[in-house]
Design a binder for this molecule. Structure first.
Ligand code: RB5
Length: 150
């Protein structure tokens, strides 16, 4: 799978760990940075990963900041993004099954590497259930359209 990954200064070590973890499994990882621990602004990397995913260039995205919250809020401003902020694997699985989430966000300061690996594993492996969940995902897309019109 081709995966976009991005992070702010608080998550450089975690990003490198997860990127390597994915590459060892044979995934193609496009790293949008940052690789610096100098203070930066997480919306920059949220936008890069979001655009890589909604354009279809990458199948899924992974975003990491201190808590995962700011970077997920920013990514969800990009039309077509369904970014799920998770801190345990059950939510990472359910957000694929029910929300067809296309980006996983988590916090480098709130989640350890073993939990992060498991969340990434289930996020990439779990298919969307469709059915009644498709209707709800379609309603989210309609909300985006309404914001454009009003
Ligand atoms: C950066 O200090 C921190 O605010 C950021 O990584 C993130 O936690 C924001 O939601």
């Amino acid at each position: 799978m081709k995966i976009a990954i991005g992070n702010d200064h608080s998550a450089v070590t975690m990003k490198s760990h997860i990127a390597e973890y994915l590459r060892v499994q044979g995934h193609e990882v496009i790293d949008f940075g940052t690789d610096s621990t100098q203070s930066t602004d997480y919306p920059i990397y949220a936008e890069k990963v979001a655009k890589a995913v909604v354009s279809g260039d990458c199948e899924r995205g992974i975003l990491i900041c201190g808590t995962g919250i700011g970077i997920s809020i920013a990514a969800n401003k990009v039309r077509g993004v369904r970014c799920a902020h998770c801190s345990e694997p059950y939510s990472a699985k359910l957000t694929r099954q029910h929300n067809d989430a296309n980006i996983l966000a988590f916090g480098a300061r709130t989640v350890g590497p073993a939990i992060a690996e498991t969340m990434v594993d289930v996020f990439l492996a779990t298919p969307f259930d469709g059915g009644r969940h498709q209707r709800r995902v379609d309603m989210i897309a309609q909300l985006e359209e309404k914001q454009t019109i009003e």
